[in-house]
Ligand binder design. Sequence first.
Ligand code: 1GP
Length: 250
Amino acid sequence: MVLKQLQALKAQHKSGFAVLADPDKIAPADMQHLARLCNNAGVNYLFMGGSLLMAHQMELCIQRFKSESDIPVVLFPGSPAQVTPYADALLYLTLISGRNPDLLIGQHVASAPQVKASGLEIISTGYIIVDGGNQTAVSYMSNTTPIPWDKPEIVLCTAWAGELQGKHVIYIDAGSGARRPVSEQIIEKVSANIDIPLIVGGGISTPDKVYENCRAGANIIVVGNAIERDPMLIRDMAQAAQAMNAHRTA
Ligand code: 1GP
């Protein structure tokens, strides 16, 4: 159960590391190699998803990954078209930083039969986009305005609203390829004041940043772009999260 693991991380003030694979950017033939890198590094999750779905190879990608790894595959879908029973769990996203009714309830109603039939573990996720200093695919595609990067109190109130609505987790995202990742100030403020796990991603490009985000209280750090550029970062970034956990245990 992925959610139980996330809740345990939150309870123990610990962090995990997730690799994000965009099915449009990675070929099924590369998935076994990626799986071995993730296995060796002790990666906690493979997140799968993207803003579009052009290549329609997601199921094959997941199958190839699973042929080499027991790491849970968690869908992080850009649209209901990316929901597939081949994964283990689904981040069931509600874009609570936005005011687009389609992403607050419309798409959920339309995709409910498919989601119910999927057999996936459903993780209700309050999804919050914070301005990352450039327009990212997620803010364009969602037709919503991100929360300003220097307004941690708005981010906190949004996270509280998600928690009060019964979301299982909060995901704060600066957007894929963000120039400016979510600040430690925001992470600290939200993490210290909610009782549900916190996922953070968008524009994280160094192991040091992973370490700082973990120290600030993120329970899962998600990295996509930087790893696509340099897959060797998987080991160093996962190690950074593990080092922070060791520090907390000591
Ligand atoms: C985007 O949080 C993810 O939704 C990861 O972003 O690709 O910039 O690492 P990057």
